[in-house]
Design a protein around this ligand. Structure first.
Ligand code: GDP
Ligand code: MG
Length: 171
């Protein structure tokens, strides 16, 4: 039997944007309010994507690594989820530099990524509009998902992970 494909995904973004909450939501369909922010973990997960069983290794980064650690994570990964928090403009502004570093580290490869705007349930304190997120994603030529780890409607969180797997498999 053919070995099922394996993809390595890393989740990047400023501390507090909800990386761990998104990963836990994806893996367990549950939301965990407080998750140790300094923790870095990897998880293995199997999913059926387009009639193919794909094994994912998911690295949930802490978001406070130094540049060497970041570059190490980037070399490790095949695909990347770049997360910002719609209530934290600074986290949105950090996406561009992460992407630039990714391009640098993965050169000359075209890097598979998706952009995720988290905490859409907090619309009343939003600092980044949906249009700004869409614009950034189109600049980076990647898919864009606005979602909420705590109130995931319609499975946008899982869709983001699955789409990234597809993107990796297309290369
Ligand atoms: P990380 O540092 O990026 O891993 O962020 P965490 O997953 O630890 O989340 C940081 C904080 O944001 C925690 O207090 C979470 O409960 C909260 N949080 C994460 N996702 C959401 C969300 O979608 N909506 C709301 N309202 N809070 C969230
Ligand atoms: Mg975390």
């Amino acid at each position: 039997m053919a070995k099922s494909p394996e993809v390595k995904l890393a989740v990047f973004g400023r501390a507090g944007v909800g990386k761990s909450a998104l990963v836990v939501r994806f893996l367990t369909r549950r939301f965990i309010w407080e998750y140790d922010p300094t923790l870095e973990s990897t998880y293995r997960h199997q999913a059926n994507i387009d009639d193919e069983v794909v094994t994912m290794e998911i690295l949930d980064t802490a978001g406070q690594e130094d540049i060497q650690q970041k570059e190490g994570h980037m070399r490790w990964g095949d695909g990347f989820i770049l997360v910002y928090d719609i209530t934290d403009r600074g986290s949105f502004e950090e996406v561009g530099p992460i992407r630039t570093l990714l391009e640098e580290v993965k050169k000359p490869k075209n890097v598979p990524l998706v952009l995720v705007a988290n905490k859409s349930d907090l619309d009343h304190i939003r600092q980044v509009s949906t249009e700004e997120g869409e614009r950034l994603a189109s600049e980076m030529a990647c898919a864009f998902y606005e979602c909420s780890a705590c109130a995931d409607v319609g499975g946008a969180v899982a869709e983001a992970f699955h789409e990234l797997c597809r993107e990796v498999r297309r290369r």
